[in-house]
Design a protein around this ligand. Structure first.
Ligand code: TXE
Length: 497
């Protein structure tokens, strides 16, 4: 096995000799083995990142030079797209075609930030004094820990690595221990593109082991994390003593509201996709259906019919529409979630159990599941399952639809379906979530900001704000005609001799 930790510009094996096995969620087979970093490796990576940043070796590059670097990485990602998609689909069990779409999105992300960097300029503000030049400059925030999840492994990492590089930061990247392969490949490309030594570092291992130092060490200036809410809270506590900047994307429990006057065929189709694509392992999955009472029966019976027909299958199965859950422990947590839903009185209409098809029984396949008769006080309505579980609630008025959509600690995304665009706009305005789709569900583009209200997180990724997260803003006030301040009345009244 080639060494898989990248520290200070060199590929290294774990200094503790620890190895981690990556297993296929599709059939449990061994995909690969990678190094698992020791505390000493993490220490070295933080040290390398800090030294490279403080030396100014990369921060002194112009915006144009850094943008060109990120553009070169995009070219290399495009060159290796098929190879990376295969690794990503091996690790996650997702369909190869889906992984290929994801890699195309990764390339688009790098191109977006490269273009943004090219356009970046410091600016002068008018402070109302002719003799003063007041310049606002953006500088890299420093050393960043970039921690990613397993559902869209390379894409979520791309949202962090690309802006960090354009901004001129140094970083330590830690992908999920379940899905490390595409991050290793990315780092090879970051190296090939000519990133200075020590700027980009890769640490592998479970968050519970290597995450602590990466999120608490005083030499880290910023943590950008995508993952679970409880991990996010732990990171926030650990980052507090040194007031690190935090960018957190912690998932959601996303309302998908269908009014009776909607284009129901399109709404139902998008409701099915929004909840069950990638088996619900999507932070913005529309798993909380909120439907107007008069069309409830029609909408729900049609969703159930379609949910039964969703075809599950492995990475190479061209007819498959979705794949397995990521791991045994995640599978168990989804099973428990369903059991809780049943116990609290939600009506199980379809699914709720493991897929029993012969070719799937060695993988973590869970059937698309619909719970009807749900109310906001239920666990299954409030908590994220991150599995293929849709809950259904009904509403009778516009005001009630908004209230239900906001009755959650999360605030990542939501959808509204109505042919009355003024009503849809009022509901979109009333929902406290970071992205609202009107008569659509799920698309995003790198040009538009992504992130959550409330406990879905802090800060924004993508758009232009996704770059600002990695910048400090400095104001430089230059007096072009120096004079006395006039505050201190020198008794000698004299000038300096
Ligand atoms: O996430 P974790 P898990 C949600 C989803 C899921 C739940 C738990 O509801 O069921 O989170 O998933 C690293 N310090 N999302 O347990 O543990 C870990 O190694 C620093 C939503 O897999 O949060 C991995 O790299 N890092 C989500 C990353 O955090 C730590 C995507 C995410 O893992 C750490 C994934 C620590 N103390 C899960 N502990 C989304 N927002 O899209 C773990 N990690």
């Amino acid at each position: 096995m080639a060494a898989t930790l990248f520290i200070d510009g060199k590929w290294r094996a774990s200094s503790a000799g620890r190895i981690h096995e990556v297993r296929s969620p599709h059939d449990g087979s061994l995909v690969t083995t990678v190094d698992e970093a020791s505390a000493a490796d993490v220490e070295d990576a933080i040290d390398a990142a800090r030294k490279s940043f403080d030396s100014g070796v990369f921060a002194c590059w112009s915006w144009r030079e850094r943008s060109e670097l990120v553009g070169r990485i995009a070219d290399l990602l495009e060159r290796d797209a098929k190879l990376i998609a295969k690794k990503e689909s091996d690790d996650t069990g997702k369909r190869l075609i889906e992984a290929e779409y994801d890699v195309a999105d990764v390339v688009a992300t790098f191109r977006h930030f490269a273009a943004l960097g090219e356009k970046h300029d410091d600016h002068i503000v008018d402070v109302g004094l002719a003799h003063v030049t007041s310049r606002i400059v953006s500088e890299p925030i420093g050393v960043c820990s970039l921690i990613g999840p397993w559902n869209y492994p390379l894409l979520q990492i791309a949202w962090k690595v690309a802006p960090a590089l354009v901004a001129g930061c140094s970083f330590i990247l830690k992908p999920s221990e379940l899905t490390p392969e595409s991050a290793i490949h990315l780092m090879q490309l970051v190296e090939e593109a000519g990133t200075p030594l020590g700027v980009a570092n890769l640490i592998l291992g479970p968050g519970s082991v290597v995450g602590y130092a990466l999120t608490t060490d005083p030499r880290i200036d910023m943590v950008s994390f995508t993952g679970g809410l409880s991990t996010g809270k732990t990171i926030m506590v650990g980052a507090a003593p040194t007031i690190k900047r935090l960018a957190l994307e912690l998932g959601g429990k996303n309302p998908h509201i269908i009014f009776a006057d909607a284009d129901l065929e399109a709404a139902i189709d998008n409701a099915v996709t929004g909840a069950f694509l990638h088996s619900g392992q999507v932070c913005s999955a529309g798993t909380r259906l909120i439907v107007e009472r008069s069309v409830h029966d029609q909408v729900v019976s049609e969703i159930v019919r379609r949910a039964k027909e969703i075809r599950l299958g492995g990475p190479e199965d061209l007819s498959a529409e979705t794949g397995p859950l990521i791991s045994q422990s995640h599978f168990k947590s989804v099973e428990n979630y369903v059991a809780k839903g049943v116990a609290e009185g939600a009506r199980l209409l379809v699914g709720g159990v493991r897929a029993n098809r012969e070719d799937l029984v060695n993988g973590w396949y869970f059937l698309p599941t619909v719970f009807d008769g749900c109310t906001t006080d239920m666990y299954c309505v409030q908590e994220e399952s991150f599995g293929p579980i849709m809950t259904v609630e009904v509403f009778d008025s516009e005001r009630e639809a908004i209230a239900l959509g906001n009755d959650t600690i999360f605030g990542l995304s939501g959808g509204v379906w109505s042919r009355d665009l003024e009503k849809a706009a009022r509901v979109a305005a009333g929902l406290r979530h970071g992205t609202i789709w009107v008569n659509d569900y799920g698309p995003y583009r790198p040009a538009a900001e992504w992130g959550g209200y409330k406990q879905s997180g802090n800060g924004r990724e993508l758009g232009s704000h996704g770059l600002s997260e990695y910048l400090e803003i400095k104001h430089i006030w230059t007096n072009n005609s120096p004079s006395k301040s006039g505050w201190f009345h020198d008794s000698s009244g004299g000038d300096v001799q």
